[in-house]
Ligand binder design. Structure first.
Ligand code: IPE
Ligand code: IPE
Ligand code: MG
Length: 246
């Protein structure tokens, strides 16, 4: 298939091939533990890595970078850590929105963010509305995100439309389901990275990862940087994506 031909490896400097990269940002706690610091210090360093990697993704010409920031299962953590994470997130959106906007970034939040604290919901919706008309890359932050929850919400949405007589059962196919997911208007996922050595998806983008390339690194998230992203993209370029064909 012409559209999936191998990218030109000679075009150093710009990303050819991967349009949409997603990262399971794991290992903040272990990064802190190694330094005898509290877990929150690891999360703070993780925010710095988010800044670095968002800038790198822009510079490298990605269309979309999706970052797993808080899962629907992370509520199982101690209340104090959950509060720290929500506080960091709130602060990050406040402090970095201007830079995103100035660089033409569209900020998106995926996940069931509407279930969060109303003041956070307002801030998120304001940030998304402010950057919606930008034409640069999308930075999508997965917040209170779980792929199973996303699929449940999409299924309920489609079932409601059937019940209302807006669509027929037969209209529900791959396209209709994709369009009902939080990622409806994002490009197809090309590369899924997980840091910290764990080799599992932890309920992240299960539908979207159907044909994504997977890349696992032992690096802890707070250590991740532009070079590490470039290495992942180099590895991606060497993959032979067949999508079930030959
Ligand atoms: C990733 O780091 C951040 C979130 C899941 C919010 P962790 O907090 O999971 O760090 P580890 O896995 O305990 O090292
Ligand atoms: C996945 O990391 C979630 C995020 C990175 C936000 P976890 O640390 O929560 O994953 P598990 O519990 O090790 O599977
Ligand atoms: Mg973890």
């Amino acid at each position: 298939m012409a559209s999936q031909a191998k990218p030109d490896l000679s075009s150093a400097g710009t990303v050819v091939g991967a349009r949409h990269v997603a990262i399971i940002m794991d290992g903040n706690g272990r990064w802190a533990k190694k330094r005898l610091l509290p877990r929150i210090a690891g999360h703070r360093a993780g925010v710095e890595a988010v800044r670095r990697v968002s800038r790198a993704a822009r510079d490298m010409g990605l269309d979309c970078l999706t970052l797993y920031a808080f899962s629907s299962e992370n509520w199982k953590r101690p209340a104090a850590e959950v509060a720290d994470l929500m506080g960091l997130l709130r602060h990050f959106i406040q402090s970095d929105l201007d830079e995103f906007h100035a660089n033409g970034v569209r900020l998106r939040i995926i996940g069931n963010y509407r279930a969060l604290d109303p003041s956070l919901v307002d801030m998120i919706e304001g940030a998304m509305a402010r950057t919606a008309g930008n034409t640069g890359p999308v930075i999508a932050i997965a917040l209170n995100y779980g792929a199973q929850d996303e699929m449940v919400r999409a299924t309920q949405h489609l079932a409601r439309r059937v019940a209302a007589g807006e669509i027929a059962v037969e209209d529900i196919g791959v396209e209709a389901i994709s369009a009902a997911l939080d990622t409806a208007d994002l490009p197809p996922l090309d590369l899924l990275i997980r840091t910290s050595g764990e080799q599992r998806l932890s309920n992240f983008m299960l539908w979207q990862a159907a044909y994504a390339e997977l890349y696992f690194t032992d690096m802890l998230w707070p250590d991740f940087d532009a070079d590490a992203l470039a290495r992942a993209l180099d590895a991606f370029r060497l993959r032979d994506r067949r999508f079930g064909g030959l």
